[in-house]
Write a new protein. Sequence first.
Length: 201
Amino acid sequence: MSLEQALIDATAAIKTLTTVLVTAGGIAAAAPAPAAPPKVAKPPKVDAAPAPVPAPAHNHGYTANVGDPDGTRYFIIAAHNTVYKQAPGDADCTLAGAEIVSGAAYLAYQAELAKKFHTAAAPQQPAPTAPTATAPQAVASAGVTATFEQVVAKMRQLHAKLQNPGIQQVLTKYGVTGVPALNGKASNETLIADIEAILNA
């Protein structure tokens, strides 16, 4: 084979190889790119629950339709046997033990107090009790001095009950021999108290 023929064959082989490479590159270029991973759908955004609307300050659930303005508050103070109605703008109830209640409970307790204390201005007087037989009788009212004549009268009562032995007890205590000699030995009140002690023994 001549040199020229070898060059022609080599050139043809190079062309063939170039065609093959270009064709392979085109195929590779035409191959689809790998698919991207599917996107995960985000859950829908949930709005936060709306904050509750605060109730009006006067809407505390303790009012009642008793002719008072809306917002009136009612208290009972059992320790003081009283009630308190606080209209809007009134001073707060500061009594110890005050309990806020409904208007109906306020009216009921107010009526109960009216029944309980309707005679408070004129309390009933206790019925007088008769003195017992053994209870010593009062000699004189406060501030009034007993007289010796009252002492003698008590000694007569003592003699009527216990005779001379009863009289002798009093005379011996004060170291005298007769009733008139008792005058001045002690206060008349003291003498009468001693005689009554023997009478009621």
